[in-house]
Design a protein around this ligand. Structure first.
Ligand SMILES: [Fe+2]
Ligand SMILES: [Fe+2]
Length: 328
């Protein structure tokens, strides 16, 4: 039976990279490995690792979670290698025993020739990092999920109606651009997530909770961008972001127009909307400058954006409280 040698190895990680070393001696000279070495009698694997890295790389490491114990038969011995995630706590890694070293991205570990036992460690790291990215990969924000999240913060009727106005207008803008209406509606639904609770600090209480709730960072960015120049410095860049920036204020004027009419939004035409748009005293709180700035970013006329929004909101007249009482 082969003699078993108990060793430890450190997968030293810095962000998305791990530290690989090239062996400068022995049968496996020039092959790559994770640094480490033999466990001395009386040592725990962790203690051995701290000592080995101090001896080999002149740095102090913090030993983190256990990764795997690799069991491997080399021709002359059986290797039992405990591997741990590590981070450098003090000092710079210096090569006291190895002939070379490299930081390798977690996604591209196979660019060096690993020792046979270390290949098994690489396989396990690949498995773990894949699971990590799977767990972090945000799901598409559905309208249902956006409504649930919004309901945890927004309870006032007029704010819920505003969220719905923007949501339906966004859905129509998505159809105009050939994008996914439900996704755009979800963003519209959630855009004023923190406004009721923090009117004076609007959008300052949005990023962290939404990211923690698993909302895609790109979606959070889109939400933040509707406050560009007002309460955030996130400039709208995509069609989605520019649309949100524009329809946020624009739907307010549409709603006010529709409320004045016997048949509500049912027979509201862009012509009537434009008249009210130009009358700055009408729905004075809706900032025309912002709407025009948004349209300029979109490269569209106000009347064309308004037509799209009206079409998007009209089928939901009842829910939005703008169905009027008369027939259209
Ligand atoms: Fe807002
Ligand atoms: Fe808003």
């Amino acid at each position: 039976m082969l003699k078993t040698i108990k060793v430890v190895a450190a997968v030293i990680r810095d962000g998305g990279q791990v530290f690989a070393t090239q062996r400068g001696y022995g049968d496996y000279k020039d092959w790559w490995e994770f640094p480490g070495g033999k466990i001395e009698p009386g040592e725990s694997p962790q203690q051995a690792l701290v000592r080995e890295i101090r001896e080999e790389l002149a740095a102090e490491v913090e030993v983190g979670p256990f990764i795997i114990t690799v069991e491997y038969d080399y021709p002359k011995f059986h290797l039992s290698m405990d591997c741990f995630w590590c981070t450098v706590k003090e000092g710079h890694l210096q090569l006291l025993e190895h002939e070379a070293a490299k930081w390798l991205p977690l996604g591209d570990l196979r660019q060096v020739a690993w020792l046979p036992a270390d290949v098994l460690v690489v396989e396990e790291i690949e498995r773990q990092t894949e699971a990590e990215t799977q767990a972090r990969r945000p799901e598409m924000l559905t309208l249902q999920r956006a409504k649930e999240l919004n309901a945890t913060m927004v309870t006032e009727d007029h704010l819920i109606v505003h969220a719905l106005n923007v949501s339906y207008a966004m859905g129509a803008m998505a159809r105009h651009f050939g994008e996914d209406p439900e996704h755009w509606e979800a963003i519209g639904m959630l855009h004023d997530y923190d406004y009721q609770q923090y009117p004076e600090e609007h959008l300052k209480h949005t990023e962290k909770p939404l990211l923690e709730a698993g909302v895609d960072p790109a979606d959070v960015r889109a939400i933040l961008s509707h406050g560009w120049g007002i309460c955030t410095d996130v400039e709208p860049q995509t069609d989605l972001e520019k649309s949100l920036f524009t329809v946020d204020e624009l739907t307010g004027i549409i709603q006010a127009c529709a409320r004045m009419r016997p048949a509500g939004i049912k027979d509201l035409e862009v012509k009537s909307f434009m008249k009210k748009f130009k009358d700055k005293r009408f729905a004075a709180k809706c900032d025309r400058e912002l709407i025009l700035k948004g349209c300029e970013m979109l490269g569209m006329d106000v009347k064309d954006v308004a037509a799209i929004c009206i079409e998007g909101m009209r089928p939901h007249a009842e829910e939005l409280g703008i169905a009027g009482t008369a027939e259209a």
